[in-house]
Design a binder for this molecule. Sequence first.
Ligand SMILES: [Zn+2]
Ligand SMILES: [Zn+2]
Length: 314
Amino acid sequence: MKIRFWGVRGSIPTPLTPNEIRRKISSVIERVTPQDLVSPEAKERFLAHLPPNLFGTTGGNTTSVEVRLKDGGIIIFDAGTGIFRFGNSVAKEQPTPRVFHLFFTHFHWDHIQGFPFFTPPAFDKRCTIHIYSPVENVEQILREQMKPPYFPISLDTMQADIQFHHITEPAVHIGSATVRWRQMQHPGKSFSYRVEDSEGAFIFATDTELRDGDFARTEENRSFFSGVDVLTIDSQYTLDEAIEKYDWGHSSYSLAVDFATEWDISTLVLFHHEPLYNDNKMFSIAKSAGWYKSHIGKNNVKILLAQEGLELSL
Ligand SMILES: [Zn+2]
Ligand SMILES: [Zn+2]
């Protein structure tokens, strides 16, 4: 399976500010030497050696992550603003995919605000969108979001065949993959999902405040959290903030590292970034997570910072 990150930011979309762009350009100019400009290759080499906080960005769209299964099946987690780019990108593929499986972790704004803009698929009558959640009234929630004065057109304007699925069973089968779910600690609750097929297992667990119960070696936890190749988890806070914002429903990057090492997860993706943090801060957090990992002597977990455009293959 292939995992693609279309929206990685928490709480509110966070575009790069003009000042941040100026700062990046100015820092790049300070680094360049005449030798870096002697040929196109030298220029490429120079760019490739720039730190990621200068030559790149984490991205400002809110939560939306695609999982492309081996058989071509498409699963999307959450419809934050990132789903807009996904929709436009997938429509250009040949042959164009027409069936989508959209799972919601919960219904805070940053996870649903892209749904009315899931174009073109939601407005294409050849498309089918299956929507899943362990919450019963998803259809009503999404209808409310698209009512005046919040939005000019209703959900009925969407031409796609939209089918709502209230998940009551422990697993949903999509082609050759199985999707299981687990309730997490978050105001109003949220759900994490584990996708698994013959290629591996991926957990998507955004908006979650990790608690002792998540570390407990119960049979249920073991079956959900162990044997995972990639874990994408909420790590919005630094440790200080996590203490200060206890019960706000998010985790610190250090707790995310503890959790990944506890369950022997191969790759940890830090996710749901704080909107007040710029790229400098985000990449320094990723570095700190790496130091913390070495400090606790758990070097077997690979740590990545979720960035728009990041692709991972299992
Ligand atoms: Zn959120
Ligand atoms: Zn939330």
